[in-house]
Design a protein around this ligand. Structure first.
Ligand code: NDP
Length: 448
């Protein structure tokens, strides 16, 4: 048996890498984790966590308007300080960064704050030139935002930089119409910007239930967001402090900020994976089997770098399964069925299971139930914004195979509903559950 410096060397201290490192160390492995940026990765440092805090901050714009109808004496024009929100969010990010660092170190893992690349099946090279060896290597390096090729693309930012802005721009053009585009469109709009969302196709949030996507589009347009579909960049030109964006099929747009939210690319470039025979797919993602093992026997990969489902809880589960399987003697595989997901747009969308179209294709016979209602709070607030809940059931067995919600707190509601869908409950079993009144979630047991 050759002697290695470590049992496990993890590259990347994000959600997947941190979980794998902690659990492997708890199983008795000698572990090191290399991180070139900050411990915590995309979710903690420049993703889910700071984004959700901005969503909360932005929501006050509507809440303060609505407060008057609930009897509160709120001035028509409330002051908002972006630097205060931004810096408080950074403080919270710093706190979680420290907690993640402690998690690894308290479990006995060593953190190496340097870029590490693979230089062989069991060898790594650090940025300072030193080499390390490990019996097992875990690639958990995540992904980075894609930037469309077009003249002037260097003038645009991505969600990475959006958290660091000096001020909220007056006019923003966001390219893309997926998760990040819709979430930041809501944030910027609520904070007072005019937002233009441009996408290469006619669709927003591809993969989500059509009726909900239409509802979000309709509500967003009602609020004043501008959509430009079937549009691709021709050029981005800077003149003074603003940018002129020319695009196919539309008039040029003059804005103060251009932000790209057009998907994320696995961070495999320059990682030396070819030196160990690790194969990548056509998108640059590490190809892995159901046990997260790459085409090199000693190298595994988890999280966004594998481009399976790019969600934090999935990366965490993959990291846990990897560590339990390889170091804990407990072979475990991640179950990718019925993964709930949400878009923290204004209002948010959340879903679990199959869309109506997917269920029709897979099952043939389906039954669909829906409720289109104005939440009680919106009624009193004179806010003409309706929620839409949709349940998709197997026409033969009555089993609920998909739930799709748009409306306040939809992500909070779907997490509980996902347990029932995952457990394979039927529509009749939902109906046997007594409604909790008055809530929005009660619609789920009252669907006709
Ligand atoms: P998405 O995949 O959600 O959306 C990408 C958008 O960009 C789509 O509208 C797509 O258009 C468009 N697009 C894709 N490629 C190009 C291109 N080459 N040129 C122009 N437009 C393009 O990606 P995001 O960047 O919004 O988010 C990345 C991932 O991060 C998500 O897939 C998700 O997994 C994760 N994420 C999850 C969040 C959450 O759980 N709430 C929040 C943020 C991110 P079209 O679909 O029309 O082809």
């Amino acid at each position: 048996m050759p002697d290695f410096d470590y049992d496990l060397f993890v590259i990347g201290a994000g959600s997947g890498g941190t979980r794998a490192a902690r659990v492997a160390a708890a199983h008795g492995a000698k572990v090191a984790v290399a991180e070139e940026h900050r411990v915590g990765g995309t979710c903690v440092i420049r993703g889910c966590v700071p984004k959700k805090l901005l969503v909360y901050g932005a929501h006050f714009a509507e809440d303060l308007k609505d407060a008057k109808r609930f009897g509160w004496d709120v001035p028509d024009q409330c002051d908002f300080s972006w630097p205060t929100l931004r810096d408080n969010v950074f403080e919270e990010v710093d706190r979680i960064n420290r907690a993640y660092t402690d998690t690894i170190q308290n479990a006995g893992g060593e953190i190496i704050l340097q870029r590490a690349t693979v230089s062989g099946p069991n060898e790594l090279t650090l940025a300072d030139g030193t080499t390390k060896t490990a019996k097992t290597i875990l690639i958990a390096v995540g992904a980075h935002p894609a930037i469309p090729e077009c003249p002037g693309h260097e003038h645009g930012i991505t969600s990475n930089e959006a958290f660091h802005l000096d001020a909220v721009p007056k006019r923003v053009l966001i390219a893309g119409a997926g998760y990040i585009a819709n979430e930041f469109a809501g944030i910027f709009h609520q904070l007072g910007a005019h937002v233009i969302l441009m996408n290469r196709t006619k669709e927003i949030l591809r993969g989500y239930e059509l009726a909900l996507r239409d509802r979000l589009l309709q509500i967003s347009m009602m609020k004043g967001l501008e959509f430009r579909f079937d549009a691709s960049f021709q050029a981005i030109e800077k003149s003074g402090d603003c940018f002129t964006v020319t695009m196919s099929g539309h008039e040029p747009a003059v804005v103060d900020l251009v932000m790209f939210a057009t998907g994320r690319i696995p961070n495999t470039k320059g990682l030396g994976l070819d030196s160990a025979g690790v194969e990548l797919d056509d998108k640059g993602a590490v190809k892995v089997d159901a046990d997260n093992r790459s085409t090199c026997e000693s190298i595994y990969a988890v999280g966004d770098v594998t481009n399976r489902i790019q969600l934090t809880p999935i990366a965490i589960r993959e990291g846990q399964a990897f560590a339990d399987t390889v170091f804990g003697g407990k072979p475990t595989r991640v179950d990718y069925d019925c993964v709930p997901s949400a878009v923290f747009s204004h209002p948010p969308i959340a879903q679990v299971g199959m869309t109506e179209a997917a269920a029709r294709q897979k099952l043939g016979s389906v039954k669909v139930y829906s409720s289109d209602f104005r939440p009680m709070k919106n009624v009193l607030a004179n806010r003409d914004e309706r929620a839409l809940y949709k349940m998709v059931c197997d026409g033969e067995t009555d089993r609920v195979v998909g739930i799709h919600l748009i409306g306040p707190d939809a992500p909070e509601i779907i997490q509980a509903a996902a347990v029932a869908v995952k457990a394979g409950l039927t529509k009749a079993q939902f109906d046997q559950t007594v409604a909790l009144h008055p809530t929005m979630a009660e619609e789920l047991v009252l669907l006709k």
